[in-house]
Design a protein around this ligand. Sequence first.
Ligand SMILES: [Zn+2]
Length: 286
Amino acid sequence: MKIITDQRCVEYAAPGHPERPQRVRGAVEALRGAEGLKISWAEPVEAGEETLLRAHTAEHLRRLEEAFDFDADTPAYPRIAQHARRSVGGALRALQAAREGETSFSLMRPPGHHATAGRAMGFCYLNSVAIAALAGQAQGFGRVAVFDFDVHHGNGTEDILLDRPDVAFFSIHQFPCYPGTGQRNRGGNCFNYPVAPQTPREEYRAIFSSALAELKKFKPELVAVSAGFDAYRGDPLAQETLEAEDFHWLGQSVRALGVPAFSILEGGYSDELPQLILAYLQGLEV
Ligand SMILES: [Zn+2]
């Protein structure tokens, strides 16, 4: 199991913001102390301009360098462009590990799945998962699927991947909830599974299962996972019911797909986040 992280990703914060340094700091501590998980640590690789431009506009990359907040949730932290690029670099390193046949998880912030081609929003600045999926394709994976189990709709990933050939996007998320999209499928390749608030976990799992069955039919050669842990019952930003063992089951389910896969951290804002990540990684590894 390759875990990609970089301590600089905890160097920015805003008072009271739920997307806080402790999310990664706590998870690193929990993983260092974890028994039964053989971890090799790695650092993000450099994310070059050409790689970013597959998913984002040049205008957006310029805008990231400016010191104006994008919206109330998405401040222009000092050096946020570098932080976001490093988070992309974590996803690219995770992709590299997947290519080498290793299970991998990028434990970085900021998250990325709300960032569209031209806009930062919802705590997200650059769309790491979409960038890495497209990089995977450029590196020779013919068909690439993105599986997004964060409780929020991956609107940015959908925006970037919509109708791209040989790429498919599957998002399972609470609806209604932020950002208000994802009620129905879009184009020929974006499949959305809206889930009502307070859906019992057995039902939530059944929806995951049907999404994974559809994903299998797409016959991907590579699966990129937007791993968000905010469908947890104790998460302050949504109203779902999942337990740690459901994330363990998700890990097992991704592994059971039997194709190269890598995962990156998206959301998850409860104090239990480290245990949820650990449960997922143990599922991936078993
Ligand atoms: Zn989320």
